[in-house]
Each structure stands twice: as C-alpha cells, then as structure tokens.
Design a protein around this ligand. Structure first.
Ligand SMILES: CC(C)(COP(=O)(O)OP(=O)(O)OC[C@H]1O[C@@H](n2cnc3c(N)ncnc32)[C@H](O)[C@@H]1OP(=O)(O)O)[C@@H](O)C(=O)NCCC(=O)NCCS
Length: 194
C-alpha cells in the first residue's frame, strides 16, 4: 500500500487531469465579461487599475476577436486579452491580462491560452506581441526582453519585464518611445494631417 502522501498526490493528479479534459478554449464574448473581471480581481486585486498596461487598454479597449477564455462548462476558468498598441513607427498587440483561477493553475491552461493568442495574432497579420510579465514564465513561450530604453510605458514598470514575441522580422525594432493604444496613435496621426 502507498503511503498516505503518495495516495493524496495521485488523487490530486487524477482530479486535475479529469478537470483539464473538460476545459474548452473559446473566443471571448461580452457575456464572459463579469467572470473575467472576477478572475482578474482575484489574480491582481484593485492594484491592477493603476498598472501601465491597464492605462493603455483603457484608452481604446481590448481586441475581443483576439482575446480568449478557457471554460469548464459555463464557468470561465482563465482569460487572456489582447490590445492593439503603437510605439513610434511600430505596431503590435499587447498581451494581458492573463489569469487562471487558482483551482485550475499549473495544468498548462495559461500556456495554452498564450499559444492560442499568439497563433490568432499571427493569422491576422499582427507584426509582434509585447507584454509586461515574468520572463521565466513567458521566455519558454517565445518572448524575449525588449532592450532597456527602447520603449517606455505611460506608468512606471520594471523595464526588465517588457517582453516581446516577434512575428514579422524587424517588427520589434520598429517599436520605440512610449507605448500607447493604437487608436490614440491613429487619432494623433489624423489630427496631424488636419
Ligand atoms: C501566471 C499564470 C497565468 C500561469 O498560469 P497557469 O495555467 O497556472 O500556468 P501553466 O500551467 O501554463 O504553467 C505552469 C508552470 O509555470 C510556472 N509559473 C507560473 N507562474 C510563473 C511565474 N510568474 N514565473 C515563472 N514561472 C511561473 C509554474 O511554476 C509551472 O511550472 P512547471 O510547469 O515547471 O511546473 C497563473 O499562475 C496566474 O493567473 N497568476 C496570477 C496572475 C499573473 O501573474 N498573470 C501573469 C502576469 S500577466
């Protein structure tokens, strides 16, 4: 007979594998909003509203056609959002927030959502994806540090957490200066032409 601890760990492994089999990945819809808000609140707390990435998203909203949820039945268990951004002559998508409900962590759901979002970004012709996040997590998913000083954010961030995933060669080098929502850059360009 296995010791109690070994039995318990096998039990959790089997329970997690079973719950993973029920998880489906879907495009985000407005109906998912309240649950996504709850997941982000649980993961980041009210402090999320003062983050640089939040300020950028707030300026034009996220791109729902490139944002995804993981669901278990009617329950949203994880979410990833993408937002169109501009920085100098460069254009890209900003990935985030990415959050997984605690009971569903460490099952590969976060990694899978990032992979789905990157694939969707590439299919729509997006040149690059950037984010503010932990290199140890995002590095193996295809993200590299953006050289310090190349871009900045509208609120203070740890510059070593600015990461990018290049889709079109040279796209990351075109990102420069302060990152803003792509809609803001478009409005500024129109105003300059008027
Ligand atoms: C970070 C997060 C999205 C990961 O999602 P997940 O579905 O649990 O992660 P996955 O199952 O895809 O990957 C698990 C692996 O990533 C590792 N990992 C998780 N968070 C990490 C981090 N911040 N840095 C480095 N590694 C991390 C785990 O230790 C695990 O490693 P292992 O495979 O070697 O055991 C999730 O923990 C979460 O929602 N955290 C709170 C919100 C957050 O920090 N979001 C990311 C910042 S935008």
């Amino acid at each position: 007979m296995l010791p109690f601890a070994a039995n318990l760990s096998s039990f959790y492994r089997i329970a997690k594998t079973m719950s993973l089999a029920d998880v489906k990945y879907l495009l985000e819809t407005p109906a998912h909003n309240p649950q996504i808000e709850a997941i982000n609140d649980e993961a980041f707390g009210p402090g999320r509203f003062v983050l640089a990435a939040y300020k950028i998203r707030e300026a034009g909203g996220h791109e729902r056609s490139l944002s995804f949820v993981a669901v278990d039945g009617d329950i949203v268990v994880a979410s990833v959002r993408m937002t169109r951004i501009a920085a100098g002559a460069g254009r890209a998508l900003m990935l985030g927030p990415l959050a997984v409900r605690p009971a569903f962590k460490n099952l590969g759901i976060g990694r899978r959502l990032v992979a789905i979002a990157l694939e969707a970004a590439a299919k729509t012709g997006a040149p690059a994806v950037m984010l503010v996040g932990d290199e140890p997590y995002y590095g193996p998913l295809g993200f590299k540090r953006i050289p310090r000083g190349q871009i900045s954010m509208p609120r203070p961030v740890d510059l070593d957490r600015l990461l990018s995933h290049e889709i079109v060669p040279g796209a990351v080098a075109r990102l420069s200066g302060e990152v803003c929502h792509a809609d803001q850059a478009r409005i500024a360009a129109l105003a300059a032409m008027a």
